[in-house]
Design a protein around this ligand. Structure first.
Ligand code: ADP
Ligand code: MG
Length: 321
């Protein structure tokens, strides 16, 4: 039988910390901030049966648990520094712990984000990670900073994660190869950390958010906080590879309001277009211009011809969905 302390020692406590002053093993970790830098801090919780299916593959789950948190740092433009992990597990299963910790550490190491502490308890499977990042004071990409005239940009592609969910739930017929391809986006999202950091450091973007609940809803948070409106060209939204082969109605619905995308939506002045494209190119992250911020409140959805679209879209909300 694996005890709580064996479990932590074996699966989560690695070598001496490289970044933390004191890592796992004491009552608190000690983190010494880089002088003059601001900390960006965020938590995201994943609950079995709510955010992931029971029986989800542990390596992918370890990746995704950290990826959704790194995505929040990316949306702020912060450099990842450290994270903590609060874990509830129904049982201490070695195979699950090995897979989960391997997936988590692979992504953590790729972004030099050190696991510095956490908590472990028995209970329904629940994963809560807190991330700590750093940025220059004044450089954060906040939701309240969009300005009329800004372009609206999207990184990567949208909708394949939602399409995979629809496939699993038999809402949309998907052959096995398509489901497998789309599911990669659902199980292994790519946090756009380098792009977010560049947009902040080069002062290119005004506002940003990561798309977790669907673009229309998440962009709506920028509009509300910035007290502006926008026109969004729905047909310009970059669809995921699998979704791109589907009909227009499904493409529009899932790119505009799919959810679980973990791409960045950011606004930047039109004068920064070339610099945005160059920055995105330098970190091999495609970006697409999909609309414009306007002074008039509200979100106007239009098609490729500029005609108003009346899409019945709803973004995800845990207490109304
Ligand atoms: P305490 O009783 O003070 O809360 P614990 O016994 O829960 O401490 O944890 C012992 C050490 O292991 C602490 O440093 C804690 O941060 C760390 N820890 C516990 N669970 C995890 C985990 N899942 N991942 C990383 N570190 C953990
Ligand atoms: Mg404890």
């Amino acid at each position: 039988m694996l005890s709580e302390f064996d479990l932590i020692k074996h699966y989560f406590n690695r070598d001496r910390p490289a970044r933390a002053t004191l890592g796992i093993g004491d009552d608190c970790a000690l983190l010494t901030p880089t002088p003059g830098m601001q900390m960006a801090i965020s938590s995201d919780m994943l609950v079995e049966g709510r955010h992931f299916f029971a029986g989800a593959e542990p390596y992918q789950l370890g990746h995704k648990s950290l990826a959704v948190n790194l995505s929040d740092l990316a949306a702020m433009g912060a450099r990842p520094v450290a994270c903590t992990l609060a874990l509830a597990l129904p049982a201490a299963e070695r195979d699950w712990l090995h897979g989960f910790s391997s997936g988590l550490f692979a992504l953590a190491d790729a972004h030099a984000c050190e696991l510095i502490g956490g908590d472990t308890t028995k209970g329904p499977r629940n994963i809560c990670i807190t991330v700590f990042g750093e940025l220059q004071p004044g450089h954060a990409l906040r939701r309240d900073a969009a300005q009329p005239g800004d372009d609206i940009w999207i990184s990567g592609t949208l909708g394949d994660a939602r399409l995979a969910l629809a496939g699993y739930l038999n809402e949309v017929p998907l052959d096995e190869a398509s489901l497998r391809a789309a599911a990669v986006r659902m199980h292994a999202p790519t946090p756009r950390v380098e792009l977010g950091m560049l947009l902040a450091r080069q002062r290119l973007a005004h506002a940003a958010i990561d798309i977790s609940d669907g673009l229309v809803g998440d962009l709506g948070h920028i509009l509300a906080r910035s007290r502006v409106g926008a026109t969004l060209d729905v047909d310009a939204l970059p669809a995921g590879d699998v979704l791109a082969t589907r009909d227009t109605a499904l493409r529009r619905a899932y790119t505009a309001a799919g959810g679980d995308d973990y791409e960045l939506c950011f606004t930047a002045p039109a004068s920064a277009r070339a610099a945005v494209l160059a920055a995105a190119g330098s970190v091999a992250t495609p970006v697409t211009r999909v609309g414009r911020i306007e002074a008039a409140p509200g979100l106007r959805l239009v098609d490729a011809g500029g005609h108003a679209l009346d899409l019945k879209l709803s973004s995800f909300d845990h207490f109304t969905s």
